[in-house]
Design a protein around this ligand. Structure first.
Ligand SMILES: [Zn+2]
Ligand SMILES: [Zn+2]
Length: 155
């Protein structure tokens, strides 16, 4: 529930064409090391935090959407390419926002790693957070640990 004390986080892309606000504090922040996140970011990982889709409030512009797999779509700035969010089909009422696109990325520190089986060998984060080879726990619409992804490709 959004109250007067709820931190209102803002974020956006590199060029400023897309700006957004989150009407509630995001939760379950974690690293994703899957190959598709690596390719879309051009980096070894993305960090996402989850928010209710209804709490994503556009301030300026609209992200372009790319259906990257049968798992969901990715939102990014059509002008500068910044990855902004991942919207999975299950559950449809949430959105995973890229934490680094927040103006204050410290507001949603990662709590776990997923898709470590796709980790690039030289990328080692020195923390003791839980690590999962594939999907996050309790991924709706999927049996935990299912083998639907093909050889490292995933989201
Ligand atoms: Zn942009
Ligand atoms: Zn990923």
């Amino acid at each position: 529930m959004v109250t007067a004390d709820t931190p209102c986080l803002t974020g956006g892309c590199l060029c400023g064409a897309v700006r957004y606000r989150l009407a509630s504090a995001p939760f379950e922040a974690g690293y994703c090391l899957c190959r598709m996140c690596q390719r879309t970011a051009g980096a070894p990982a993305l960090v996402f935090a989850t928010a209710p889709l209804a709490d994503y409030v556009p301030i300026r512009g609209q992200p372009k959407r790319h259906r990257s797999s049968d798992f969901g779509e990715r939102w990014f700035c059509a002008d500068c390419g910044s990855p902004l969010a991942m919207r999975a089909d299950h559950p449809p009422e949430t959105l995973d926002v890229t934490v680094a696109s927040l103006d204050d990325p410290t507001a949603a520190p990662p709590e776990f790693h997923i898709w470590t089986r796709s980790r690039i060998s030289w990328f080692e984060v020195a923390d003791r957070l839980p690590r999962r080879a594939k999907f996050r726990p309790r991924t709706p619409g999927l049996e935990d640990g299912s083998e639907r992804a093909v050889d490292g490709a995933s989201l």
